[in-house]
Design a protein. Structure first.
Length: 537
């Protein structure tokens, strides 16, 4: 097979299609750089779709004196909420006081800092909360409630704000925005060889069909997550790294059960080992519980939850519940590997979640920037800092100008241009506009696509006009949109990453959908099939 060659060097080649990689590609192309991003699998196929799905400051990081990380995260929280109000929304968290663990004054102090470290404007502040019908004095800011969900020994706690995010969709929307601005986004394309030559990087890429291409780049960003060291080893000679050997892999697993309680609030539970875990309302009908923190060795592409982790999460939740849950109640689970910077902590739970850069020395030639760690909440700021690091060594060649200033802080993501970030008002407007469609479909599409839902519904008047119905509201028209615009190429891309509709579909529906999809979109999926030509490429 012949190998294609790219004659003109690109400014930046990004390796890795998780949240870090797509965030950097988006920021860089928006500043005028020419960018190629390659990802071996689907966007968000690994770590970035295996999070607890929160945009949060990280309350527990205050105990580890990570004040800078918490402050940056809190500042980003509302910025991201305004940028993507369709896939990010406010959520209240209830923290019951456990008499044998952290004292109430410490929780109160931590939450006071949490309210005031960042630029909280849109989210309501912390409040004291009483449970099981207990009553506080009239001047207490407590809100008397009855929580049948909690065991009677928990009489009070605190309620505070953070945000929920559809993590895989956040990745895809950044990739889509980067592509719209001119970046070449290449999922299912592996980096096979990485070598410096004549002041440039010479990189061999191979796509899912086995087609190979040599690409020249003035710089490389290594955002390969758990595989960051693997990428470094593809260089000729020893990696030029001050932080050699400081990659620490930590496994985090989550379980999903049928809905355990009514209401939209999440709970944060403390464990006797010092860790915390969340129970979060999930996909209307379920509860998400996680996460664990375990040192990991092995293939990060094949990580799975084990029985010990399931027992750990069930045991923690059972400390607080009236009724117990067990492994028999788990309807789904997922696991991911976090590529953290090893700060030599013995306990995996307290290893820093902050991002760390490693830039090759100038005398080494064309720059290589490797990314360690990071939180989904701070991805935008991390990307901004990463491109800032490159600007001194990589001039913009396609315009001849000096690198432009950072620009993403006040820009919405695709579909996020909802007036005043008022999602409920947007849904109401869309339901009046599309009267022939079911209210449930309108709300789901609004949540997934925001203002881009018009690309799916325009020129149609009823649910039935959207083509084949696969279950859980998934239609042929929506699939065509996802293939044409959002890089979907396999059934699992659609029902487990672009959405979580697989949770709501029966086994027979999933099988039938998968069979249909593989026939409708065989192998060469970059070319739109008959059902997707209306959307373009």
């Amino acid at each position: 097979m012949s190998v294609a060659r790219q004659q003109k060097p690109v400014d930046i080649l990004v390796i890795g299609g998780g949240i870090n990689g797509v965030g950097i590609a988006r920021d860089a192309v928006g500043r005028g750089y020419s960018v190629i991003l390659c990802e071996r699998d689907d966007f968000a196929a690994h770590t970035s779709s295996a999070s607890t799905k929160l945009i949060h400051g990280g309350l527990r990081y205050l105990e580890q004196y990570e004040f800078k990380l918490v402050q940056e995260s809190l500042n980003e929280r509302e910025r991201l909420l305004r940028a993507a109000p369709h896939i990010i929304w406010p959520m209240r968290f209830i923290l019951p006081h456990h008499k044998g663990l952290r004292p109430a004054w410490l929780l109160r102090l931590g939450l006071f800092l949490y309210d005031h470290l960042g630029g909280r404007k849109m989210l309501p502040p912390t409040m004291r909360r009483r449970f099981a019908g207990t009553r506080g004095p009239a001047n207490d800011h407590a809100r008397p409630v009855t929580d049948a969900f909690l065991d009677e020994e928990f009489t009070f706690g605190f309620e505070y704000s953070d945000c929920w995010v559809e993590d895989a969709r956040l990745v895809v929307l950044n990739a889509l925005d980067a592509k719209t601005r001119g970046a070449q986004m290449r999922p299912r394309t592996a980096c096979k060889t990485l070598e410096r030559q004549d002041g440039l990087w010479r990189v061999l890429l191979e796509d899912a069909n086995g087609a190979k291409q040599w690409v020249l780049a003035r710089s490389v960003v290594n955002a390969a997550g758990p595989w960051v060291d693997d990428v470094l080893r593809r260089q000729g000679g020893e990696p030029n790294r001050r932080n050699a050997g400081n990659l620490r892999l930590v496994k985090g697993s989550h379980i999903v059960t049928r809905r355990l309680y009514d209401g939209d609030e999440a709970f944060i539970f403390q464990h006797t080992d010092g860790r915390i875990a969340f129970t979060i309302p999930y996909e209307q009908d379920f509860t998400l519980i996680g996460t664990t923190d375990l040192g990991f060795e092995g293939d990060a592409a094949n990580v799975e939850i084990d029985q010990e982790e399931i027992s750990y999460l069930c045991s923690l939740v059972n400390t607080y519940l009236h009724q117990s849950i067990s492994a028999d109640d788990v309807v789904w689970s997922y696991s991911g590997v976090r590529p953290l910077f090893d700060d030599q902590q013995d306990n995996a739970s307290v290893v820093t979640r902050d991002y760390v850069f490693d830039m090759s020395d100038e005398e080494a030639g064309a720059p290589l920037l490797s990314i360690f760690g990071g939180k989904i909440t701070t991805y935008r700021k991390m990307a901004e800092h990463a491109v800032d690091r490159l600007t001194g060594r990589v001039p913009i060649t396609n315009t001849g100008d000096q690198p432009r200033a950072p620009w993403t802080q006040d820009k919405t993501l695709p579909g996020g241009d909802i007036p005043d970030a008022d999602f409920d008002g947007f849904v109401e407007t869309q339901q009046k506009r599309y009267l022939g469609f079911s209210a449930a479909l309108i709300r789901r599409l609004a949540r997934a696509y925001g203002t881009r839902m018009d690309l799916i519904l325009d020129d149609h008047e009823t649910d039935e006009e959207l083509g084949k119905q696969f279950g859980a509201g998934l239609t042929e028209r929506e699939c065509a949109y996802l293939v044409a615009h959002e890089f979907a190429a396999k059934p699992e891309d659609i029902i487990w990453r672009r959405s979580k509709l697989g949770l709501h579909m029966t086994g027979a529906e999933i099988k039938a959908f998968s069979s249909w999809f593989e026939q409708a979109y065989p192998i060469e999926r970059e070319k739109p099939s008959r059902s997707s030509t209306k959307f373009g490429t």
